[in-house]
Design a protein around this ligand. Structure first.
Ligand SMILES: Cc1ncc(COP(=O)(O)O)c(C=O)c1O
Length: 415
């Protein structure tokens, strides 16, 4: 049995322990295990956004576009680049993940014509599958979906489904439900050998797992900044386009921010060179300010230190799961192998929704994903080992007392 004292000792030797203090924590008893959905608020974000409002907007007014705001999508992207193994001029912060996925998948299929099949797997985020289906349909093709193994991810099913119809392979690097981590490098190589391009969704890996887009030869990627990067609710997403493709691909939403001479106001669309052509309209400057702070904090902590603590935290979750009596009825919905697990662990239970509500009542915040997944996220910058230990203690108490049975299984709204 792992003792609470052992968890405390792990916190005492944690190289990232001081980072917790860099976040706004209003309730010290709250155990927040949902940083894989919405990261915590960095203290510096409060000051940064306030300065953006008071000085840059309040005082600078429209002059601030010229003195800094226009460059921000690219300059914040350049600060994110080292976290994903990209060059500074290969990343842009803009729009939402869904929209960026649409833009890049459409550009890729146009480039790959007449190939019009998009290959994905059933572990991809459903919204991505909807977007990809729309994009493939518009190109006269369809989505081909292989089954994802949530606990033992492998590349073989994806490789076996490649043929000369497939123009694009698009996958989530980390499965949003199980946390399974795919082998980016092998899949990218196999896709290229079959003549397909690749587009990775990094939403559940960026800021938690080291990513090497350049080293893996990745063509395209998208991801959000509001999970492990702590950018804030609805903070702008990012897109990555490998440099050699930037002047070849044309995205389908021809807005003025992607126009070569934006302030020339010509009536014909001429895509700007480089990453600028992947922008569309006016950027959300207040949210960008928050995204920048979250990215800088992550870079300061260092992705390798983050990954080692994240692996230690998720391993502790797996160990504590193993200590739960079998009679509680949980099964592990995530890989046991650290090497193929992202930064959250899923516990499956037929009563998962009610258990999630009972945990929330006890000041533990996981989230629930239908049909039966309780997701426990381990955000290394502020989650402590003792938090994980205490969460399991509260879980045991719920299961012993049957407290979850007081809650309804009827699902409504945000889960
Ligand atoms: C893996 C993944 N992709 C895409 C999305 C959708 O992102 P957005 O709503 O910002 O477009 C999410 C949202 O949580 C996600 O987890």
């Amino acid at each position: 049995m792992i003792s609470r004292q052992q968890a405390i000792e792990l916190d005492e030797s944690d190289a990232l322990a001081d980072f917790r203090d860099r976040f706004v924590i209003t309730d010290p008893d709250l155990i927040y295990l949902d940083g894989n959905s919405l990261g915590r608020l960095p203290k510096a974000t409060v000051d940064r956004v306030r300065a953006t409002m008071a000085e840059e907007w309040g005082d600078g007014l429209v002059r601030s576009w010229r003195s800094g705001w226009m460059a921000e999508p690219g300059s914040v992207g350049a600060r994110l680049a080292p976290l994903i193994g990209a060059d500074p001029d290969e990343v842009l912060l803009t729009d939402q993940t869904s929209l960026n996925l649409y833009k890049l998948a459409s550009a890729a299929l146009a480039h790959q014509a007449p190939r019009s099949t998009v290959l994905t797997d059933s572990g991809n985020f459903p919204s991505d599958i909807y977007v990809l289906s729309g994009v493939a349909g518009a190109a006269g093709g369809s989505v081909r979906m292989v089954g994802a193994d949530p606990v033992a991810p492998s590349t073989s099913a994806i490789e076996a489904a490649l043929d000369d119809q497939v123009g694009l392979v698009s996958l989530s690097h980390v499965n949003f439900k199980s946390g399974a981590l795919l082998d980016m490098s092998s899949i990218t190589t196999a896709a290229h050998e079959a003549g397909a391009m690749v587009l990775w969704d990094l939403s559940h890996s960026v800021g938690a797992v080291p990513i090497d887009l350049r080293g893996s030869g990745v063509d395209l990627a998208v991801g959000c900044t509001y999970k492990y990067l702590n950018g804030g609710p609805g903070s702008p997403a990012f897109l990555y386009v490998a440099r050699h493709l930037q002047d070849t691909l044309v995205q389908p939403i021809h807005g003025w921010w992607g126009q070569e001479d934006m302030f020339g106001f010509g009536l014909e669309y001429e895509p700007a060179p480089g990453m600028d052509r992947f922008a569309t309209g006016t950027m959300p400057i207040l949210s960008l300010a928050g995204a920048g702070v979250g990215i800088d904090l992550t870079a300061e902590a260092g992705i390798d230190r983050i990954r080692s603590k994240s692996v230690a935290l998720t391993s502790l979750i797996v160990d504590l799961f193993d200590e739960l009596p079998a009679g509680y009825g949980f099964s592990l919905g995530s890989p046991r192998d650290d090497g193929v697990r992202g930064s959250h662990v899923s516990l499956r239970h037929p009563d998962g929704y009610r258990i999630t509500q009972a945990l929330i009542e006890r000041n533990v915040i996981p989230d629930f994903r239908a049909p039966d997944v309780v997701r426990l996220g381990a955000a290394a910058l502020y989650t402590r080992f003792v938090d994980v230990w205490d969460a399991f203690e509260r879980l045991r108490e719920i299961m012993e007392s049957g407290a979850h049975e007081e809650f309804t299984d009827e699902r409504s709204g945000v889960t």
